[in-house]
Design a protein around this ligand. Structure first.
Ligand SMILES: [Mg+2]
Length: 333
């Protein structure tokens, strides 16, 4: 299959530290009349999931969506499995002004508790404990008992919510009867496609790129029966700009999980979408040629990504492409 698109840029970014098994973020930036879009689905994604991500990228490149003037979104910082929570929180607070900290949990009870306490220690030492809010994300790795035991140990800690403590709706339902801490669902929405969640969750996490873009997310929010919080999928700043816009549109007063730019060691743009004073400016991002030259993707990987893009493309209905004004000649197969 031959794939021709007016303008494609490939990138391979390095993360500061391995994050959930990921060390690099690769992908394609594509240009259209409305700017740039980012296609950077994770390596384990199936073509149908890739196609949702491509919808988000094409929407960003082809659909004119107005960005607000001088607006910003409050964001949380994030501490990965391989990051020292004390140092990570101190950096989040001092360098980026973030007082909401999200941390990945799901190890054993003692380790999870100890890591969360390290965040508290950083804020106590900085004299900022009264501002701290912690979000725990277990990615479904806790059992009911482990969740209860961990939360019991963390009673004095300001926990805002636990994200996907357990994997199944049945587990979540049981857990919710025993906990007072709010529960947010992420995988339940994104992977299981379940939207009536109020019986077992208080909040839903929305990720713009994997869910198919801003328009798709708007329709999804209408179907949900709980409030939402926005979060990133570890995109480069080009992808993050769509998520920031969506967060600004649909959850302007909430702290979004969009501070992931601080996990990147390299980026596709000159001015990365990272927080200043705990907030990130909402603005359309353009890739910078100099930056792109620093993050090249090997020829072999480019071919693989081209194939992946073409495969995802074929799963998007022609009527949808036409409605966005995406030229037909883009794919020749
Ligand atoms: Mg999550």
């Amino acid at each position: 299959m031959l794939f021709a698109f007016p303008e494609l840029e490939f990138f391979s970014l390095t993360l500061q530290k391995e994050f959930r098994g990921v060390r690099r973020r690769e992908g394609i930036l594509l240009a259209g009349p409305s700017g740039w879009g980012e296609f950077s689905p994770f390596p384990n994604y199936a073509p149908i999931e890739d196609s949702l991500w491509l919808r988000a990228a094409l929407e960003s490149a082809f659909v004119p969506i107005e960005f607000p003037q001088n607006s910003s979104v409050a964001v949380n910082a994030i501490i990965g499995d391989n990051e020292d929570p004390y140092l990570g929180s101190a950096r989040a607070l001092n360098e980026f002004g973030c007082t909401t900290i999200k941390i990945k949990v799901g190890l054993d009870v003692d380790q999870d508790v100890e890591r969360v306490q390290e965040i508290v220690r950083a804020f106590v030492e900085a004299g900022q404990l009264n501002k701290l809010l912690i979000r725990l994300d277990a990615n479904g790795r806790w059992g009911i008992e482990q969740a209860i035991n961990t939360i019991a140990e963390l009673q004095s800690v300001p926990i805002e919510y636990i994200e996907q403590p357990c994997r199944s709706a049945t587990q979540l339902r049981k857990l919710r009867k025993k906990l007072t801490v709010p529960i947010a669902v992420d995988e339940t929405i994104r992977t299981d496609g379940q939207y009536q969640v109020s019986e077992f969750a208080d909040l839903a996490i929305i990720k713009v790129s994997p869910l198919g873009g801003i328009d798709a997310v708007e329709r999804l929010i209408e179907k949900l029966d709980v409030p939402v919080r926005f979060s990133s999928a570890l995109e480069s700043s080009v992808g993050l700009s769509s998520s920031l816009l969506a967060a600004h549109k649909f959850a302007p007063d909430q702290v979004a999980g969009l501070g992931t730019g601080m996990l990147l060691a390299t980026d596709t743009v000159k001015q990365s979408a990272i927080p200043h004073g705990g907030r990130i400016r909402v603005a359309k991002c353009e890739p910078d040629p100099e930056q792109l030259a620093r993050v090249p993707l090997s020829k072999t990987q480019q071919d693989l990504w081209r194939k992946r893009l073409a495969q995802a493309w074929q799963l998007i209905p022609e009527s949808q492409l036409a409605s966005w004004g995406v030229p037909k000649w883009s794919v020749q197969g």
